[in-house]
Design a binder for this molecule. Structure first.
Ligand code: ZN
Length: 181
């Protein structure tokens, strides 16, 4: 018997996973079992162990992590700016230190807003932008990197962005492997 059919009620069940299938389907929608396949094909069939619900949750977690990375960074930049502002508030150039980071924080917030749809692009844009700005800073004012605290903060931010990229890559892989939308 190809499919377990109840004669009184034309419902077909997959031989392998017992999910209800359409009698016209070639393959089970749930496990991929070749419903209309040859005996040999059916014997050779090995279901791929998929856990769609778990994978969706894992996927959503990764995307949330990647999105939050951008939000946290915006928060860190604003926090850092406040410290910086009070540390150098007597310096006539204080705004030139603070304003670029405020703009960057706004950009990170904006990228975070779009990250749910396209986390990978958003987070890559964030890190590329951040690194470009740091390189421009080094070129224009090498002394701005002299403080160990500055170096620690900037290294921390880059490490955090790399973690966000990892989440985005893992999320993308889960999405592709499980045909999640
Ligand atoms: Zn099945």
């Amino acid at each position: 018997m190809d499919t377990a059919t109840n004669p009184r009620n034309p419902i077909s069940l997959c031989d392998k996973c017992y999910t209800q299938v359409d009698p016209d389907d070639q393959f089970c929608n749930s496990c991929g079992f070749p419903l209309k396949g040859t005996k040999e094909e059916k014997e050779k069939f090995r279901p791929i162990p998929v856990k769609p619900k778990l994978n969706r949750r894992e996927y959503e977690k990764r995307i949330k992590d990647a999105t939050n990375t951008l939000y946290y960074l915006a928060g860190v930049l604003v926090f850092w700016d406040i410290i910086l502002f009070f540390a150098v508030k007597d310096d006539p150039d204080v705004l030139s230190y603070v304003i670029p980071d405020v703009i960057l924080a706004i950009v990170f917030l904006t990228l975070g807003g779009y990250a749910h749809n396209n986390p990978f692009t958003c987070i890559i844009s964030g890190i590329v932008l951040y690194i470009i700005i740091q390189i421009m800073n080094i070129v224009s004012d090498p002394s701005s990197f002299a403080s160990p605290i500055t170096i620690a903060v900037k290294t921390g931010i880059i490490a955090f962005l790399i973690k966000g990229i990892k989440s985005a890559i893992e999320g993308e892989k889960l999405r592709k492997d499980n045909n999640l939308v």
